[in-house]
Design a protein around this ligand. Structure first.
Ligand code: ZN
Length: 285
């Protein structure tokens, strides 16, 4: 096992899921298989790969088809909302069906960067929410500097829709709403940053069964890591931060967040090399 970033960490039989990564990114062209193998060695039994625009639906689907450790989530990211056409939802539905994707995402609103007009983003977002509802699939939400609009749209979604707030950034309003509706919070590198005090304060108090772990590889490096890109094998580092924050151990974080990931995304997680049992929704209490 390669040394983990924080030094030796006894993971025992811990099983993790990385619920948000982009392993089809060109950053992984030289060593994609090795990156997946290292994740498995670190206890990450499954990586949820997000294909966020039509060209990435193809690469994500290809990766999920060739690796038992990778499952697909497909959608149109708000920063690519100008690629949305009247045919997009049909094409997305076909791609989701063919790839056996477990959710629609990442979708939402991003007013932080100079991107497509808000009205264009909202239209793409609303249409994809309707698609998720029709397919009875959960959604993975990307929200940045657009909380009020995002919440207004999500409040209109059917109560049965399962929602993952990817890279939850620490808004109290959003947290309260998501908690009330039993949605899920994606926890990753953001919480490890010195400036993320409010985020950590909120994460310390949320029920563990609402939290799932994510790296957003190759982006969002955890603090104090030296590599040039983020990798799913860093999930135990995030778990360590969360365990310290909540005064518990990494094993507790691993089992709770893995069950949450199964519940949120309906995953069937293949056993790690030393395990024998598939974990899926049927096993949930
Ligand atoms: Zn992402």
């Amino acid at each position: 096992m390669p040394p983990l970033i924080d030094g030796a960490m006894d993971l025992g039989a811990a099983t993790f899921v990385d619920t948000h990564a982009h392993l089809d990114d060109p950053a992984f062209d030289p060593d994609r298989e090795l990156v997946i193998n290292r994740a498995v060695q670190a206890g990450v039994a499954m990586v949820v790969n997000i294909g966020y625009r039509p060209s990435r639906w193809i690469t994500t689907s290809a990766l999920a088809a060739t690796s038992a450790r990778v499952t697909a989530v497909l959608g149109l990211h708000p920063q690519h909302a100008d690629e949305f056409t009247p045919g997009t939802c049909d094409e997305l539905e076909r791609s989701i069906t063919m790839a056996g994707a477990c959710a629609v995402g990442e979708i939402g609103l991003d007013y932080f960067r100079n991107g497509p007009q808000p009205a264009v983003q909202r239209h793409a977002f609303e249409q994809q929410l309707l698609l998720a509802e029709r397919l009875s699939l959960p959604v993975v939400i990307h929200q940045r500097a657009a909380e009020a609009d995002c919440l207004a749209i999500l409040r209109g979604a059917p109560p049965s829709l399962r929602i993952v707030l990817h890279s939850f950034e620490g808004s109290e309003t959003l947290a309260e709403w998501a908690l009330d509706h039993r949605h899920f919070f994606g926890v990753g590198g953001l919480m490890t940053r010195p400036g993320s005090k409010q985020l950590r304060a909120i994460l310390a108090g949320l029920p563990l069964e609402r939290l799932i772990l994510e790296t957003d590889s190759p982006y969002l490096m955890p603090a104090r890591t030296k590599e040039r890109r983020n990798v799913p094998a860093n999930i135990p580092v995030i778990a360590r931060h969360l365990a310290d924050l909540r005064g518990t151990d990494v094993g507790t974080i691993a089992s709770a967040t893995t069950l949450s990931a199964v519940a949120a995304l309906g995953l069937a997680i293949p056993p790690l090399p030393h395990q024998s049992q598939v974990m899926d929704r049927a096993a949930l209490p």
